[in-house]
Design a protein around this ligand. Structure first.
Ligand code: ATP
Length: 238
């Protein structure tokens, strides 16, 4: 069953069309990657889904609800959680205070305590560090905190924007294992990434975005085997 559907979605910055005619769908429980080089439109895609950018033409639906015409606040209420690039934690607040902020949607507030316990069970490291200021943790731990904060909103769909950016290779491996973990908890995940090989090990399927167009799609294995994908489009770096 399709959870998220994009039909012929285009997004512009002024005169510049950053996404053109994008159609894709993600089933409940799937993990899907959108691959693409710098500037391909990956961040724009996630920002359009979470309502931070207006959709110029086309339609985005979450389950039965059309979300392309509602406010970001209401989109969160439909179960979309966005983990932005560079994590955007509040560095001067504790880990727990950052997590608390994730529970602000109305549907999540009554479950704050149990959701916090759930996040701490999933990521014991966050519990150990719950009083530490988020800004003093390692990059990998901060990413864990950002994902934990997204889980606090009791989401159905988690959007991850380049979670490996700026992290040392050993930490990158840990971040992808976090993705595997939330996926095994049954969350639906849409992840945009430039670390092609690594992300294809943790997702079911992938789309390839080039200059605002979807150029290819397939199972993770098909994408890994595709020389076109790896060489022509990505100039493979991972
Ligand atoms: P990166 O890996 O660098 O984050 P990306 O695939 O996420 O790349 P986007 O950030 O979505 O790419 O950008 C897609 C295109 O839109 C690029 O050509 C970019 O220059 C342009 N763009 C992004 N944000 C804006 C903006 N606020 N105003 C104008 N153009 C923008």
């Amino acid at each position: 069953m399709s959870l998220l559907t994009l039909e012929n979605v285009s997004v512009s910055y002024g005169q510049f069309r950053a996404l053109r005619d994008i159609s894709l769908s993600i089933n409940k429980g799937e993990a899907v990657a959108v691959l693409g080089a710098n500037g391909a439109g990956k961040t724009t895609l996630l920002r359009a889904i979470s309502g931070m950018l207006p959709v110029h033409t086309g339609r985005i639906t979450m389950g039965e609800t059309e979300i392309s015409a509602i406010t970001p606040h209401r989109i969160i209420e439909t179960g979309v959680a966005h983990v932005p690039e560079n994590r955007r934690l509040f560095p001067g607040l504790s880990v727990e205070a950052n997590l608390r902020l994730g529970a602000y949607p109305r549907h999540a507030r009554p479950f704050f305590r149990e959701q916090l316990e759930y996040v701490y069970t999933l990521f014991p490291r966050l519990k150990e560090r719950r009083h530490q200021l988020a800004g003093t943790m390692s990059g990998g731990e901060q990413q864990m905190c950002a994902i934990g904060r997204a889980l606090m909103s009791k989401p159905q769909l988690i959007l991850l924007d380049e979670p490996s950016t700026g992290l040392a290779p050993i930490i990158v491996a840990q971040v992808f294992s976090l993705v595997r973990k939330i996926r095994s908890e049954g969350y639906t995940v849409l992840i945009v990434e430039q670390s092609v090989r690594q992300v294809l090990k943790v997702v079911d399927r992938a789309y390839l975005l080039e200059a605002g167009h979807l150029q290819a799609s397939g199972s993770a294995q098909e994408m890994l085997d595709s020389k076109t994908v790896l060489h022509s489009y990505m100039g493979i770096k991972s």
